[in-house]
Design a protein around this ligand. Structure first.
Ligand SMILES: *Cc1c(COP(=O)(O)O)cnc(C)c1O
Length: 350
């Protein structure tokens, strides 16, 4: 970071972006990483590269941060919300398959919503709080219905499904390095892919689609100014060096929460599945009871100075997404009433 400032290479050009991208690709075990200005931009461009077009539907969990839905809307596509499962907090492969069996048809290899007549182009899975979704199960459903699998891995840097880092199962994946994530570049994000052509197009689209030339300003598409500044990339290089320590601290903290919370009636600490390794980005408890009891408990926490939070309001209930297509959400609706997130900063796990 000091090198950036000393040399003046703080902005849109410089060597740290390339280095950060290479370090990230190694860390996430993918062939290519393209650094961008934030995780939302990474999702937006991933969707465009997946072929999502105006008027298409994109499946995504109702239980996610609003950015997942916003990225779909930026493509003039229609978010179509689906349920999650208790075991992973991510999209349920079984519920999804059953739902698609009911509402979708394969029409010349294209998945179509029978009710709306629109093409269902893609599924975004989100690794909730860093806990990997059921990637093999969801990949199988995507294959059956010819959907492009995209991973919103914004919360899951360092998480593994089996022996693979998350973010390498979808055609494209998005990471975020916002200040609240496991590591930060101030603000930032990345697109991950194993496909060299997609990586090249991601770079092009996120850097105003300028054609390489020593002096001319020629652009061949409506591109975006989504590049990550060099100084943020330098922060990213430094943060990535510390990621193993951050992961250890997160997992230590989770183990301590788990042990202390085990004996409390009516409260369950959420733990990873046996075949994954979560980064435990955000520790959460599930409380028995309804929304009123949840809010009473949160109020009591706040009075004692512990700034716990509820989970996000389900996206299908936000005003701008209220009229979007939506599967039955029995599990997400229950989880929304139950989840409280706990203080989870890495300094607590040191
Ligand atoms: C943080 C986050 C994003 C967006 O990342 P930004 O860098 O804040 O734009 C997207 N999806 C999920 C699930 C997130 O947690």
């Amino acid at each position: 970071v000091k090198d950036c400032i000393d040399t003046g290479w703080v902005s849109s050009a410089g060597a740290y972006v390339d280095r950060f991208e290479q370090d990230l690709a190694v860390c996430c075990e993918v062939k290519h990483a393209v650094a961008v200005v934030n995780g939302t931009a990474a999702l937006h461009v991933s969707l465009l590269l997946a072929g999502v077009e105006s008027g298409d539907e994109v499946l995504l969990p109702a239980l996610t941060f609003v950015a997942t839905g916003n990225a779909v809307a930026y493509c003039s596509a229609i978010p179509h919300f689906v349920d999650c499962e208790q075991a992973t907090l991510g999209v349920s492969a079984d519920a999804l398959e059953q739902y698609l069996n009911e509402i979708a048809t394969l029409d010349g290899g294209v998945c179509r919503n029978r009710g709306t007549g629109r093409i269902i182009r893609s599924l975004i899975v989100m690794h909730t709080f860093g806990h990997p979704s059921d990637l093999p199960g969801l990949a199988r459903v995507c294959e059956k219905y010819n959907l492009v699998l995209i991973e919103d891995a914004a919360e899951a840097l360092g998480s593994r499904y089996g022996d693979r880092h998350v973010g390498s199962h979808g055609l494209l994946s998005a990471l975020s390095f916002n200040g609240n994530k496991i590591m930060t570049t101030g603000g930032g994000g990345a697109i991950l892919t194993d496909d060299a052509v997609l990586a090249e197009r991601a770079k092009h689209l996120t850097t105003t689609a300028k054609l390489k030339h020593p002096w001319r300003f020629d652009h061949d598409l409506i591109g975006f100014n989504y590049r990550l500044p060099n100084i943020n990339a330098a922060l990213g290089c430094a943060q990535l060096e510390q990621l193993p320590a951050f992961l250890e601290a997160k997992r230590n903290l989770a183990a301590r929460y788990r042990e202390r919370i085990a004996s409390i009636d009516g409260v369950t600490f959420f733990v990873e599945q046996p075949f994954v390794r979560s980064n435990y980005w955000l520790n959460v408890i599930l409380v028995d009871g309804d929304m009123t009891q949840r809010d009473t408990l949160i109020g009591a926490f706040h009075e004692s100075g512990l700034l716990v939070r509820p989970v996000w309001t389900l996206l299908n209930r936000l005003p701008m997404y209220m009229d979007c297509p939506c599967a039955p959400l029995p599990v997400a609706e229950r989880l929304e009433q139950q989840i409280i997130s706990l203080p989870s900063g890495v300094t607590l796990g040191g």
